[in-house]
Design a binder for this molecule. Structure first.
Ligand code: URA
Length: 207
């Protein structure tokens, strides 16, 4: 599916809600949020309770940690777009099912193509698995990856999910340390890495 704008993508989602799992009415949908020209796109898992009430991604406890951390490391809010793998809250906040991820895939892919971010930050294992299916977050968090995705070169920086960071001091320290690298990683992509030729084998850390 090709979308000409985020507004069109969001209205298509709402118009097609009956074809989407878990969605009983358009107001169940939580759209991505942020600047269409953002250089950094953050992708989480699925909205939780607060997100589904406010219809905004990452506004509950883990969202507060995420948004505070972004500000703390000096990333401007206008340089960030935040979205989720699925745009509806799963019952009891359970993990999204493969068929749910698949149903929302055209819309997430559409957001990625419209924004065309310089860097995609994945939050947790579900969004990471979209780009790096063979690894574990604990092995690769905070390490920049350059991959080929849908024929394009994209940069992926996997991170722990902020909800996991809230459950463990050790993970929270890693989460914040990984985010602290973001401005330099972005600069590295813009000045160095983007110009380098793509090597099919480059899946290891670049930075
Ligand atoms: N967790 C997510 O993955 N996404 C949200 O929007 C909120 C919590």
């Amino acid at each position: 599916m090709t979308f000409t704008s985020l507004a069109f993508l969001q209205s298509s989602l709402e118009q097609n809600y009956q074809q989407l799992p878990l969605v009983t009415k358009p107001a169940d949908l939580v759209h991505g949020e942020g600047n269409e020209q953002a250089e950094i796109m953050l992708i989480g898992e699925a909205p939780g309770y607060h997100e589904s009430v406010q219809r905004r991604p990452f506004v509950g406890r883990s969202g507060q940690l995420l948004r505070q951390t972004i500000v703390k490391v000096g990333i401007e809010e206008k340089n960030v777009y935040i979205s989720n793998i699925i745009k509806v809250r799963p019952p009891d906040n359970r993990d999204p099912l493969p068929e749910e991820i698949l149903a929302f895939k055209p819309y997430l892919d559409g957001e990625i193509n419209l924004i065309s971010p310089k860097l995609i930050v994945t939050l947790g294992r579900f969004s990471m698995a979209k780009f790096l299916p063979e690894v574990k977050v604990s092995q690769v968090h905070g390490r920049l990856h350059k991959i080929k995705w849908q024929g394009q070169v994209v940069f992926i920086l996997p991170m722990y999910h902020p909800a996991a960071a809230l459950r463990s001091t050790k993970l929270k320290d890693s989460f914040i340390a990984d985010f602290a690298k973001l401005p330099k990683v972005l600069e590295f992509i813009k000045t160095t890495a983007a110009g380098e030729e793509f090597k099919e084998t480059v899946k290891e850390a670049l930075y």
